[in-house]
Design a protein around this ligand. Structure first.
Ligand code: HEC
Length: 144
């Protein structure tokens, strides 16, 4: 029985969206080389890393220059098996790109950290519709 539970636990870790503990997932990835994250999962991870770095730069008072072109892949990247694009996803991805773009708008009257946080909130908003697992991790991007 114990083994069955561990196997089940590992399976859940592999479903990107069910993840609760990012650390455990990283471990699982190392041990089981067969795990192949989808294009979308890879894109999401790089959006996370990029925005974490951007947060640090903003906090140091740097002005971000432009959005990475890679982000446009949100319109075409393949999902993990079993998931697919739908209207909700499409409208949230448009909203997300628009919001991310505002971070680089030097004419804006809002502070750059407000614009950055609004972007993170769109990440979270889309995630509440279909992929709640990474939300606690995404919230760490917020500039307090
Ligand atoms: C339009 C909806 C949407 C937006 C916007 C969005 N995500 Fe995601 N995110 C998803 C979906 C769907 C998945 C699952 C992809 C898959 O499994 O193929 C995902 C997966 C993830 C994952 C898990 C990746 C993995 O390794 O399994 C992380 C982390 C993540 N998103 C962070 C972010 C961050 C940070 C942002 C904003 C900068 C963001 N997401 C914006 C829908 C979205």
């Amino acid at each position: 029985m114990k083994i069955l539970y561990s196997v089940l636990a590992i399976c859940f870790l592999f479903l990107g969206c069910q993840e609760k503990e990012p650390k455990k997932v990283a471990k699982a990835k190392k041990v089981y080389d067969l795990y192949q994250p989808s294009e979308m999962a890879l894109l999401m991870d790089s959006m996370y890393k990029y925005n974490m770095q951007l947060k640090e730069e903003i906090m140091k008072g740097k002005i971000p220059e432009h959005m990475p072109m890679e982000f446009l892949k949100i319109h075409s990247a393949e999902f993990t098996k079993g998931k697919s694009r739908n209207e909700t996803f499409n409208s949230f991805s448009k909203l997300f790109l628009q919001q991310q773009e505002t971070i680089y708008d030097t004419t804006s009257t809002l502070s750059v950290s407000d614009r950055f946080n609004a972007t993170v909130n769109v990440c979270v908003a889309c995630h509440t519709t279909e992929c709640t697992g990474p939300i606690p991790k995404i919230n760490k991007l917020l500039i307090k």
